[in-house]
Design a protein around this ligand. Structure first.
Ligand code: NOJ
Length: 588
């Protein structure tokens, strides 16, 4: 497994948790009964009127999380950063960006969460750093010992450095253009799979790995309970860094097969696990892994392999585009494909490994607008039913801020309203290639990450109670109706539906451990499945459409005498389901 010895001094835990921070018990496997709530700090709550959410803002809202009943907060990056990609470009892993607060503020947040029995998971962004990180700044000098910490390469053989087409390979960046940036100073290129301000770290270099593990250990010592690992399956590149087959009409080609799931991925994960004591200390670990397969996820989450607890798959959030197309191309979602995809993951990881369950995060459009129906008529029911379907599966559910309120996509009418680097770069590239501006704006309306990043709607006062200043991204105008104050006050709201689902997970072992079986796989409206543990069967039946649906006779288990745990609609359950009606029955 581990090839190079680790320097124990570099990875030892140096300090005890900050004073005043209660350490929460982490029994083995605790994360299996947990529900995680993701906070995107820039958009959560602003405490100082600068229009940008911050850590004291989060601390002021921890009672909202406690009332919802979540067990864990995953905090998107708050480290020091030039904010080129809203904090996913880190220039100091061990300090907090002044935009978000200070180390004292994070200690206070940990203490406030722990005091309410809520754990904190930090975002770990170590496939790349910021180009302003001292490691990268030093590596710009070809003679520096840090040169090999990043992927520096000369121009393509025979090409004039710095000219179009001279990049070392034809790989595309996720944020448009080439994945290589020419550096005038050293006349070489560096690799950046994301923005040019996010150079990729070279994990082949053992010093890089040791520096990362040492940093992780210091965060654990500070009191955090785990890590969400950003694009962690990109850390092992295929040897050689070579071109991928050309695609007509494209100067730069997506090259996932050259850098995702590379040959040393599992070795690095095992080494990290041992060096940080991830399993030993029962820390929650979830790896963001685009293009991961159920087979890989099973290996990575098999406890015997000591890698990660769970991974984020992308398969189910890529079904509403034509096969092989980019995220900007939209195709109607076929419910049977979505159900069957989740079922494959359920089955593959049934005996070994563990799933994460999510619809939403800071990179995805809002679930209720994408998979549900955000019209005034169906918004609440569809948000509830999507939550029921998600939380009923086997795995750890993730709730993205505002999802519990049924927050929807926004509608920006001009490019000037967008802030996301991916969206802005796509707009420049696509309009530059001649795509009509209207079509590009339409794609952004459906897909832009800014849909998830509009400020959390706390109440119906000015700026939705998010800030006393001007928000960095416009508040969704529907905040007068869709907001936390209204939802918490209404027992029939999406908030209380989520709260009840979380409660059920804490109460019912069958919801945590029960074996999954998909029913009616080809039905185009109804999503139905069972979870079975011993004599108990949980039946979830959901109409995932905006028209009524009828359950075909004789295909679902008999619910006579069963407990109706969580219906979305009042009245006697019948075979006829209202639009977006769902129920959970407990049989036995
Ligand atoms: C995945 C993160 O979720 C996304 O927000 C970010 O832009 C990229 N990784 C790069 O860090």
């Amino acid at each position: 497994m581990t090839t190079e010895p680790l320097d124990p001094a570099a990875t030892a835990a140096p300090t005890p948790p900050a004073s005043g921070t209660a350490v929460l018990e982490r029994p083995a496997g605790w994360w299996k009964t947990a529900v995680v709530y993701q906070i995107y700090p820039r958009s959560f709550a602003d405490s100082n009127g600068d229009g940008i959410g911050d850590i004291p803002g989060i601390t002021s809202r921890v009672d909202h999380l406690a009332q919802l009943g979540v067990d864990v907060v995953w905090l998107s990056p708050v480290y020091r950063s030039p904010q080129d990609d809203n904090g996913y470009d880190i220039s100091d892993y061990e300090d907090i960006d002044p935009t978000f607060g200070s180390l004292a503020d994070i200690d206070a947040l940990i203490a406030a969460l722990h005091a309410r029995g809520i754990k904190l998971v930090m975002d770990l962004v170590v496939n790349h750093t910021s180009d302003e990180h001292p490691w990268f700044v030093e590596s710009r000098d070809p003679a520096s010992p840090k040169r090999d910490w990043y992927w520096w390469r000369p121009a393509r053989e025979g090409a004039e450095p710095g000219t179009a087409g001279a990049e070392p390979t034809n790989w595309a960046s996720f944020f448009s253009g080439s994945a290589w940036q020419f550096d005038e100073q050293s006349q070489e290129y560096y690799l950046h799979l994301f923005s040019r301000k996010q150079p990729d770290l070279n994990w082949e270099n053992p010093e890089v790995r040791q520096a990362v593990y040492a940093m992780m250990n210091r965060w654990v010592a500070r009191g955090v309970d785990g890590f969400r690992m950003d694009v962690i399956n990109f850390i092992s590149k295929q040897p050689g860094l070579v071109d991928v087959p050309a695609v007509p009409g494209r100067a730069h080609v997506p090259a996932l097969e050259r850098f995702a799931n590379g040959p040393r991925l599992e070795e690095f994960l095992q080494e990290m696990n041992a060096a940080v004591g991830l399993d030993e200390r029962h820390l929650l670990t979830v790896g963001e892994m685009p293009v991961s397969t159920p087979e890989l996820a099973r290996r990575v989450t098999d406890p015997a392999n000591a890698e990660l607890n769970m991974v984020f798959t992308f398969e189910h959030v890529e079904l509403d585009r034509p096969s092989g197309a980019s995220k900007w191309e939209v195709a109607p979602l076929e419910l049977p494909r979505l159900k069957k995809n989740l079922a494959v993951w359920q089955e593959e990881l049934a005996d070994v490994g563990w799933n994460s369950l999510y619809w939403d995060n800071h990179d995805q459009p809002r679930a209720v607008s994408r998979f549900g129906d955000d019209s005034p008529e169906h918004r609440v029911s569809s948000a509830k039913t999507l939550a029921t379907v998600q939380h009923g599966h086997r795995g750890t559910p993730y709730v993205y801020q505002g999802e519990e309120l049924g927050m929807t996509n926004t509608r920006f009418l001009d490019i000037g309203s967008f802030a996301d680097i991916e969206s802005l770069n796509y707009h420049t590239e696509a309009t530059g290639q001649g795509l009509p501006a209207e079509a590009v704006l339409q794609a952004l309306a459906v897909r832009s990450r800014d849909n998830a990043r509009t400020p959390v709607q706390w109440d119906d006062t000015s700026q939705a109670g998010f800030t006393e200043g001007i928000p960095w991204l416009p508040v969704n105008p529907n905040y007068v109706v869709v907001n936390a104050a209204a939802a918490v006050a209404d027992p029939g709201s999406t908030f209380h539906h989520f709260r009840r689902l979380i409660e059920l997970r804490h109460q019912l072992p069958v919801l945590v451990e029960g074996r999954f079986a998909l029913l009616l796989p080809d039905h185009e409206q109804i999503w139905a499945y069972t979870r079975t543990l011993g004599e108990q069967v949980l039946l979830v039946v959901a109409n995932c459409s905006s028209t009524p649906a009828t359950v075909p006779p004789g295909v679902l288990p008999d619910v006579t005498g069963a407990q109706l745990l969580l219906p979305t609609h009042a009245g006697e359950p019948s075979a006829r389901l209202q639009p977006w009606e769902s129920r959970i029955h407990l049989i036995g």
